[in-house]
Design a binder for this molecule. Structure first.
Ligand code: UGA
Length: 430
């Protein structure tokens, strides 16, 4: 198939590379010439394990190409995926302006029957709006179908998730479009759910919201565990063995970040309000998440009495491991707290780079953990990069002024750290 993808972000780029891998000819369209240039040279402008290699292979074999020329690209394709961003507005609702722009462009260049697929995370009923926007901008009536095909990939394992999805959801009210989508996904070995566009859109929001709920639930349990001297990591293990609960997304810590959970929860809460059905559980999920970095900061304050002039090292700034993405990362509230309290802040991350505004406030990024830890009064782990598990913690301990270790991801073995000589504090875990 000849496939056009609009929007070369995480979702669009990964989807494009995977469709090319499945034997299709792919064109990636983006308004940013710098992104298009980089991708056309087989270069990713973000960090995602394995994706650059696959991209380069298909650029070389000419299975995928990139362009900023929307007119030519839109007229030349009959299967178009919309993968543009849907950021939060100040009232929490999803900003659909990029979606609307894409739909309007499609309409303007509508020269024959096309199938338009929304992969971006969009509120329920957006597929209908996309159809309306296309219709309104079409110079003359041309038949088309709009399908909702939400994406479930995770950053850091985007390629694996796209090559081996656990489910494919297709929301379509057209038999013809459903058949084509079935053909497109014929090689996947997972259930393919055919449903209405509204239901498909809701599946995506409800899935992300439920996963976020699991995390906030465990974070509340963890705080109670702290009061009762109970180990939340054992609680999670014990709970997770129940197949009805499952072992995933039960890891307590400083909360969830990223470009999806916080934004999607806000959007679903907003949808609930708009339709007279408030989602009170989700409201609490968001509230708990907001309090987690402060909860960790309180431990640091209590232990160090004052942070003024103390050297604190933040390990991990990305919102999770295997990505350089800093969107809504939980490390920023922690860093803000440390700075406000007068601490001297050093950060380390295997790939993410601290933004200039933090450098301007005196934050130093170190390439080496030992260098950063030298003379430090405390270390706070904000991202559970696996390499932090394998650090030579005895050497880290030796170079610190006061060996205080605050584990915001409960990723280390507390007993082992104490045995080395650290004061160790996790969340619901010591
Ligand atoms: C999430 C979903 O997991 C994907 O299925 C979905 O496709 C994606 O959003 C999206 O809507 O595009 P992602 O944001 O990449 O993926 O990251 P996750 O792996 O879900 O992690 C989100 C956050 O939750 C991270 O900050 C992570 O540290 C935190 N987390 C995760 C916990 O605090 N505890 C856990 O047990 C698991």
């Amino acid at each position: 198939m000849n496939i056009l993808i609009i929007g070369m972000g995480y979702v669009g780029t990964t989807t494009g590379a995977v469709f090319a891998e499945w034997g299709h000819r792919v064109t990636g369209l983006d308004i940013d010439p710098a992104k298009v240039d980089a991708l056309q040279n087989g270069k990713l402008y973000f960090y995602e394990p394995g994706l650059e290699e696959l991209l380069l292979k298909h650029v070389k074999e000419k299975n995928i190409r990139f362009t900023t020329d929307s007119g030519e690209a839109l007229r030349g394709h009959d299967l178009i995926f919309i993968c543009v961003g849907t950021p939060s507005r100040s009232d929490g609702s999803a900003d659909l302006s990029y979606i609307k722009q894409a739909a309007t462009d499609i309409g303007r260049h509508m020269n024959r029957y096309k199938i338009i697929v929304t992969k971006s995370t969009v509120p329920v009923m957006t597929t209908e709006k996309v159809a309306e926007w296309i219709r309104q901008s079409c110079p003359a009536p041309v038949p088309f179908d709009v399908v909702s095909n939400p994406e479930f990939l995770r950053e850091g394992s985007a390629l694996y998730d796209s090559l081996y999805p656990d489910r494919v959801v297709i929301g379509s009210s057209s038999e013809k479009a459903s058949q084509l989508m079935e053909e497109l996904y014929q090689s996947v070995k997972c259930p393919v759910i055919f449903t209405s566009p509204r239901t498909a859109e809701m599946i995506k929001y409800a899935s992300n919201s439920f996963l976020a709920t699991k995390i906030s639930f465990m974070n509340e349990v963890a705080k109670l565990c702290d009061q009762l001297d109970v180990d939340v990591t054992d609680v999670a293990r014990g709970m997770g063995l129940d197949p009805r609960i499952g072992p995933h997304f039960l890891q307590a810590g400083i909360g969830f970040g990223g470009s999806c959970f916080p934004k999607d929860i806000r959007a679903l809460i907003r949808t609930g309000k708009e339709h007279g059905q408030p989602l009170s559980i989700l409201q609490k999920v968001a509230e708990v998440n907001e309090t987690q970095p402060q909860y960790m900061a309180d431990f640091i304050n209590q232990r160090l009495t004052t942070l003024n002039g103390k050297k604190i090292v933040v390990l991990g700034i990305a919102f999770k491991p295997d990505t350089d993405d800093l969107r809504e990362t939980r490390s920023f509230p922690v860093i803000n707290h440390l700075l406000q309290a007068g601490a001297e802040v050093y950060v380390h991350d295997p790939v993410a780079v601290i933004p200039k505004k933090y450098k301007d406030r005196g934050v130093t990024q170190s390439q080496d953990v030992i260098d950063a830890a030298s003379g430090a009064d405390g270390i706070v782990i904000c991202t559970d990069w696996p390499q932090y598990k394998d650090l030579k913690w005895r050497n880290v301990h030796q170079v610190m002024r006061s060996p205080n270790l605050f584990d915001g991801r409960n990723m280390l073995d507390g007993a082992q750290m104490r045995e080395i000589g650290f004061y160790y504090q996790g969340i619901g875990y010591r």
